[in-house]
Design a protein. Structure first.
Length: 151
């Protein structure tokens, strides 16, 4: 066996340090990316309401915007169409992503705020006929934003 020089030891040590540094960099990137730091978007805004997804663009919810990147859910996923008229927000939902079922909701913003219990302001789920009757009775707004990919 050939004796190893100090130079060989130094090269092996540097190689190990580079390997560890690469592993730490990759692990850090995966950890930060997996926390949703960059994986979210607001698809629509109407008054205090936002159509938002976090980590999964097909998991949109209608939420009450609290500002500074925080919100409180009002209609669970998958919300694919929304509207707003200054008083009422309306939403169409495929519950759990089931495109064979469409639920309708509306929110009376006069009964809603950041501390409100959603049950006091959110009406639904309604079927299409129930929603049409409420639309006529209350003058609910049209759906102004529809996400074609979730329709």
């Amino acid at each position: 066996m050939k004796p190893r020089s100090a130079g060989d030891f130094y090269v092996r040590l540097q190689s190990r340090r580079m390997t560890i540094a690469r592993m730490l960099l990759i692990t850090s990137c995966l950890a930060i990316g997996g926390c949703g730091l960059w994986d979210s978007d607001i698809e629509w805004r109407g008054g205090p309401y936002i159509l938002i997804w976090i980590d999964d663009p097909s998991a949109t919810t209608l939420s009450y915007d609290l500002g500074e990147g925080t919100s409180v859910g009002r209609v669970d996923e998958v919300v694919f169409s929304v509207g707003w008229d200054g008083r009422y927000a309306v939403a169409k939902q495929h519950p759990g992503g089931d495109k064979n079922v469409t639920n309708y909701f509306f929110i009376d913003s006069g009964k809603d705020d950041m501390y409100a219990d959603p049950r006091d302001a959110v009406v639904g789920p309604l079927d299409e006929n129930e929603f049409r009757a409420k639309k006529k009775e209350l003058g609910l707004p049209e759906f102004s934003k529809t996400l074609a990919s979730l329709r």
